[in-house]
Design a protein around this ligand. Structure first.
Ligand code: ZN
Length: 330
């Protein structure tokens, strides 16, 4: 291959891999939890799931330092299967393992456990918008306003969306619209697992509510959502957000045992919590909490000058968590 051909090949390959997250896996079989080191070209990925699709075996892989994920064919990797205990020792010094440990240490409160903020030294926030089941359409103002404010400053704008299986099932046109924004490079979306059913009761106390409700099939809530994401062409991230932000210690350990990092929030805007530098802001994108979205839009307006000077930005959740834990030793 001459130089020109090599460059062309590289460009084609890169553009193929960057659009890889939109690949649709429509006939998934044997979707299982699988842990191990997956090495290729000196890069050591952490495999957390394995599945088959149209006769090929695939892995869901995590970069233990950058916290990025990807799906790739298992045959391309040198695999060393591990138990989760072995894996956590093997990756002990990684950002990923530090984030899991921190989430476990912050696991006792019934509400808002897990990682609540990232890099406090930066001015700006990470935005998370939850897509809980809802009969209302997507609150598109979030995305159109962000795009308007940031188009000259930061593109694509990183947002993290916590998505449920039920929302994906019931909101196909909205989902297609979000994917199009991503294809047009206006936003880059980190998809957070927010459970499949997101059950909630108006009467039960928190300790028996949401995923703590008796009879909850946590396997399906986690793995069913991931499979629904893959069938819809969404790439699962390494993050999980508890419905209602409600969990107990046992549930936190169940989630970290799936290899996922629980993400809380220190600024649920509709509850009047004020965002600070490095906050993980929570709003609802499912149309059920317009007050929070209004607050967010007002926040953006109040920062217009700082945004224009690049002094206030929206940060990628993966980078925020990575920067919070890299080099630290919690
Ligand atoms: Zn929710």
């Amino acid at each position: 291959m001459n130089n020109k051909a090599a460059i062309l090949f590289t460009i084609c390959f890169l553009s193929f891999s960057s659009s890889f997250s939109q690949t649709i896996y429509s006939s998934i079989k044997n979707y299982t939890v699988f842990y191990g080191s997956a090495k290729r070209n000196k890069t050591d990925w952490f495999a957390i799931r394995r599945f088959e699709n149209s006769g090929k075996t695939y892995l869901l892989l995590v970069d233990p330092d950058e916290l990025e994920t990807k799906i790739d064919e298992a045959a391309l990797y040198n695999l060393s299967p591990m138990t989760m205990v072995q894996a956590r020792l093997y990756y002990y010094k990684s950002t990923y393992e530090k984030a899991l440990r921190t989430a476990e240490q912050q696991s006792k409160s019934i509400q808002d456990a897990g990682i609540q903020s990232g890099m406090p030294k930066e001015t700006g926030i990470s935005l998370t918008a939850d897509l809980c089941p809802s009969s209302r359409p997507l609150d598109r103002r979030i995305f159109t306003d962000i795009f308007q404010q940031f188009q000259k400053v930061e593109q694509p704008v990183p947002v993290a969306l916590s998505i449920t299986g039920i929302w994906m099932r019931d909101h196909q046109p909205d989902l297609a619209w979000l994917k199009e924004l991503q294809l047009k490079n206006q936003v880059i979306i980190t998809w957070i697992n927010h459970s499949y059913n997101h059950r909630v009761s108006r009467t039960l106390p928190l300790k028996d509510n949401f995923l703590l409700e008796p009879g909850t099939d946590i396997n399906f809530e986690v793995l069913g959502t991931e499979q629904a994401m893959l069938k819809n062409g969404l790439l699962p991230s390494v993050f999980f957000r508890f419905p209602g932000l409600v969990s107990d210690q046992q549930l936190i350990y169940k989630i970290t045992d799936f290899g996922l990092i629980p993400i809380g929030s220190d600024a649920w805007l509709a509850k009047g919590q004020q965002p600070q530098s490095g906050s993980i802001v929570l709003i609802h994108g499912n149309g059920n909490e317009p007050i929070g979205v209004n607050d967010f839009i007002n926040l953006l307006k109040s920062k217009t000058k700082s945004i224009a000077k690049k002094q206030w930005l929206i940060y990628d959740l993966r980078e925020s968590v990575e920067n919070e834990f890299e080099g630290s030793n919690p």
